[in-house]
Write a protein that binds this ligand. Structure first.
Ligand SMILES: [Zn+2]
Length: 378
């Protein structure tokens, strides 16, 4: 039997272990992908440590141990199931890890992200059955995936850039609901982080007229502004100032928008950020403005409902993106409208996966793109 190397978590707080296991056979409507690059996210170590300790609110489940993690795999199709018709061995792909049940009311109406059993292959989710059906995260050499989860990659889209689609797509799906585009002013809260930087790159690609960004690290803020000095403005938040309409951030945002306030904002703050930090940019919204969050703030936010109503403010959460939205991003990168060149790839062989995990906290904000290369396993 053909075998491969997989990095597996055997127990909480223990390093991943390189194991030799059988290469799986794809089922009828699945494909087998040889992984060339897998993105890893700073949240992975926290998820493994906390969720196996049951410190996370239900219903977030982790795959049974030993588990293969890895959220953003890209690679080449090695084999297809006997019912797969439109992709073939040799195709370069990004595997969207979003799994759904396929037959609930939401799935049947084409809304997979709203499936009550929504589960990430190689990460965490809401269904143990789905995790058992797709137990291969990207930190191994071959994975099976459903045929409808594949984003085909044009030749000029590198595996390293595609391995960033998780963050890019998460921002993109939320930004589509916000209507970010020509004529619009868009604010990114937490602009220099992994999600925030990607939101700025996408806003440039989607034609937003002015892009405002808030953050704390002056050096990183300046690097973000340098991506397009004419369209991007950045603001270093003063956390000693009370949150509300009198915050100088609000006056600054209005000065950039002919006095109106911004059309939309996206929260990209990391886990551990405060409710105040989440609330602060909401007051920069114009009347009728809309905010979305893809960030990790866990604190309870106290919002004045009357203020929401009288100012016609919209606020919504967003998680992940569809495979179609992933295909949009591949097309944008291929056409050059989405410039991925700000990303600095840090590539680790699979044999150094634990070093890669340890290196995640040492990064140039969102500019660093952490990649594990499973073709180098030994
Ligand atoms: Zn479903």
């Amino acid at each position: 039997m053909a075998t491969m190397i997989a990095a597996r978590v055997h127990k909480q707080h223990a390093p991943m272990q390189l194991d030799r296991i059988p290469i799986p056979e794809p089922r009828s409507t699945d494909v087998l992908v040889e992984v060339k690059a897998c993105g890893i996210v700073p949240n992975l170590a926290r998820v493994i440590a906390n969720v196996y300790a049951n410190q996370s609110p239900a219903p977030r489940l982790l795959p049974p141990l030993p588990a293969i993690f890895g959220l953003d795999p890209t690679g080449v199709i090695a084999k297809v199931g006997d019912q797969v018709r439109s992709v073939r061995p040799g195709d370069r792909v990004y595997v969207n890890p979003a799994r759904k049940c396929g037959s609930c009311r939401m799935c049947r109406s084409g809304r997979p992200l709203d499936c009550p059993n929504f589960t990430f292959q190689g990460y965490f989710g809401r269904s143990q059955e789905i995790m058992k059906a797709y137990p291969y995260g990207g930190l191994c050499q071959f994975i099976t995936a459903p045929e409808d989860a594949l984003v085909k990659l044009p030749d000029n889209v590198s595996f390293e850039v595609a391995a960033r689609f998780g963050y890019l797509g998460t921002a993109y799906a939320a930004m589509r609901t916000l209507g970010v585009g020509p004529g619009q002013t868009f604010l990114v809260n937490g602009v220099s982080g992994m999600l925030g930087l990607n939101a700025v790159m996408l806003a440039l690609a989607m034609g937003a007229t002015k892009i405002l960004g808030t953050g704390r690290n002056r050096t990183l803020l300046d690097r973000v502004k340098a991506l397009s000095p004419r369209r991007i403005e950045v603001y270093a938040v003063d956390e000693s100032v009370p949150v509300g309409p009198a915050d100088p951030l609000v006056a600054w945002a209005k000065s950039m928008t002919e006095g109106y306030g911004v059309d939309s904002s996206l929260d990209c703050l990391p886990p551990g950020a405060s409710a105040d930090a989440f609330m602060r940019p909401l007051f920069t919204l114009r009347r009728g403005g809309r905010a979305a969050t893809v960030g990790g703030v866990r604190e309870t936010v106290s919002l004045n409902a009357f203020w929401l109503m009288t100012n016609r403010i919209g606020l919504q959460g967003s998680v992940w993106f569809t495979t179609g939205e992933g295909q949009d991003m591949a097309a944008m990168v291929a056409a050059g409208t989405l410039d991925a060149s700000p990303l600095e790839h840090r590539i680790f062989p699979l044999s150094q996966v634990n070093d890669a995990m340890a290196a995640l906290n040492d990064r140039n904000g969102g500019f660093t793109n952490f990649i594990v290369d499973p073709t180098r396993a030994e």
